[in-house]
Design a protein around this ligand. Structure first.
Ligand code: MSP
Length: 510
């Protein structure tokens, strides 16, 4: 059986779940569901990153001890994903005893191999990023991410010989063109690797930071948070036991945004090389969601919360928007206006209307009983079926390229075709002529095949809607998979229509 493994970044618990976290998590959820629908055994990991200065500072600001603080916010991430219907298989926390023990094991291994040394280091340290910056990386003397001048820190620490693995990493990226994708991020990493790689400081003295995993070979130090965090992707499989590590790890697909490209494309593979572990399969990098008003931030009061979106618009509508609006790899703009426009046009009108029209006609003309198809289909019936078959093929190739927006576009183009089929065949007019009743039955049967196909193909993107469609058609899983024209047994009765996506009235239109 083919296998695949998807991961999201483990999110810092110094912020509560927002749009950015939700996007990556929805993408991982969609991919997991999609690969399962193709028959793969898929494993989906998410979780929280709970060590380091940032977290201690957030706990202090909240007036609580780090442990109670991380328990609360990690719980919030987990319950948010649960309430959003995110079907992760395991939720890892870096404060889990197994993870801490695993990190210790890997550190000891690379220490024993001679890839760790003790040395003095002075550098520009950004507390926001939790890393040292080289002079060159600073913009006007400031951290480009946090717009703050870093602190100069000099101390004795442990270093990982990352530089030793630079050539092997470059070779890997050259020989595996889709190791880091899309291409622009691969190019960015290769450009960065043109300069000599420095070794990585992997410890923090306990005198400065206690909240971390102690180094197994020196109790006066804790592990640098990124060294601890990146290992979650492997430690989760190790904890699961059995042969999970062997079967899933080489099929690992990491999903991240561009903000953490360097840690994932440089630190992580070199760490794996030093630990004697195979490399992940793909690092998949997406762009940033930006607000009309610029960056999303608490201080600007423009943070988008997933549960609020779910409450107001429905989770599937929100998922559809996220996947349809962003071209994976590029930045995208978020605005409520764009969300409402998409919901009204694509969901309420295009999808919702089609389904309710078809189901309503089926009720009205045939009391919900699916009519049989004649042996010879009209040319437009074949065209309709072929259009959906082509859309499915396109969807497959776009999914392989992580082009979710184009996969959905392909599906919606078939939906447009189905809506035109209704207008052109005009069953609502034909029904007035009793001699044409059997043709009306056949047209509606083909349209029910459209709804059945949609239920199957939409499932990874909009799982609740897909289920709803299946319930309305009253078909089971195996009937869902049947070829076109064979999904409904003779005399099968479908349910009465309902409004799937109510139109959202905006103030402007009221
Ligand atoms: N804890 C680290 C990751 C360690 S993984 C071994 C971290 N956490 S984070 O909470 O800051 O999450 C960063 C990730 O959240 C991004 O890589 C992306 O997946 C998601 N996003 C956060 N804001 C985002 C946007 N505005 N737009 C898109 N995704 C963004 O970094």
């Amino acid at each position: 059986m083919e296998r695949i493994y998807f991961t999201t970044p483990i999110y810092y618990v110094n912020a509560e779940p927002h749009l950015g976290h939700t996007y990556t998590t929805v993408v991982a959820d969609t991919l997991t569901r999609y690969y399962r629908s193709l028959g793969y055994e898929a494993f989906f990991l998410t979780g929280t990153d709970e060590h380091g200065d940032k977290i201690v500072q957030a706990a202090e600001a909240g007036g609580v001890d780090p442990k109670s603080y991380v328990d609360r916010v990690s719980g919030l991430f987990r319950s948010t994903w649960d309430r959003c219907g995110i079907a992760y298989d395991y939720f890892i926390r870096t404060t889990d005893p197994h993870h801490q023990e695993f990190v210790g094991r890997i550190l000891q291994k690379i220490y024993d191999n001679g890839d760790v040394y003790f040395g003095e280091y002075g550098g520009h340290y950004c507390y926001g990023c939790e890393r040292f910056y080289t002079e060159k990386e600073l913009v006007d003397g400031k951290c480009p991410d946090h717009q703050k001048a870093p602190d100069y820190i000099s101390e004795k620490n442990y270093f990982f010989r990352m530089s030793k693995y630079q050539d092997r990493l470059i070779e890997t990226i050259h020989s595996r063109p889709d190791f880091i994708r899309p291409d622009r991020y691969r190019a960015e990493v290769l450009a960065f690797l043109r300069e000599p790689l420095e070794d990585l400081c992997i410890s923090r003295p306990k005198s400065r930071l206690q909240w971390g995993i102690p180094l197994p070979f020196d109790a006066n130090y804790v592990t640098y948070v990124w060294f601890d965090a990146l290992l979650n992707y492997v430690s989760a499989l190790d904890r699961r036991g059995g042969n999970s590590l062997q079967i899933f790890w080489p099929k690992a697909n990491h999903l991240i945004a561009k903000d953490i490209l360097k840690t994932h494309a440089i630190y992580w593979p070199t760490m794996l090389m030093a630990a004697g572990l195979p490399l992940f399969d793909h690092l998949n990098v997406h762009g940033y969601w930006v607000m009309d008003s610029g960056k999303m931030s608490k201080s600007l009061g423009n943070v988008i919360r997933p549960l609020e979106m779910k409450e107001r618009f429905g989770m599937d509508a929100f998922r559809y928007f996220l996947l349809r609006e962003m071209a994976f790899g590029q930045d995208a703009k978020f605005s409520e206006e764009a969300l409402v426009t998409r919901i009204n046009a694509d969901l309420a009108n295009n999808l919702g209307n089609l389904v309710s029209r078809v189901l309503a006609m089926q009720q009205k003309y045939f009391a919900g009983i699916v009519q049989s198809l004649s042996a010879d289909w009209a040319a437009e019936d074949n065209e309709l079926r072929d259009k959906f078959a082509r859309a499915e093929e396109e969807l497959k190739s776009f999914m392989a390229e992580l082009q979710f927006h184009r996969a959905l576009e392909a599906l919606w183009s078939a939906l447009d075709h189905a809506n035109r089929y209704i207008v052109q065949t005009a069953p609502f007019t034909m029904v007035k002529d009793p001699a044409k009743l059997s043709r009306v039955g056949a047209i509606l049967h083909h349209l029910l095949e459209v709804v059945r196909t949609l239920s199957r193909l939409l499932a990874p993107f909009m799982p609740d809607t897909a289920n709803e469609l299946r319930t309305l058609l009253d078909v089971n899983e195996s009937a869902l998979q049947a070829p076109w024209g064979q999904g409904f047994a003779a005399g099968h009765k479908i349910k009465a229509p309902k409004v799937l996506f109510p139109r959202i009235e905006t103030d402007a239109k009221k």
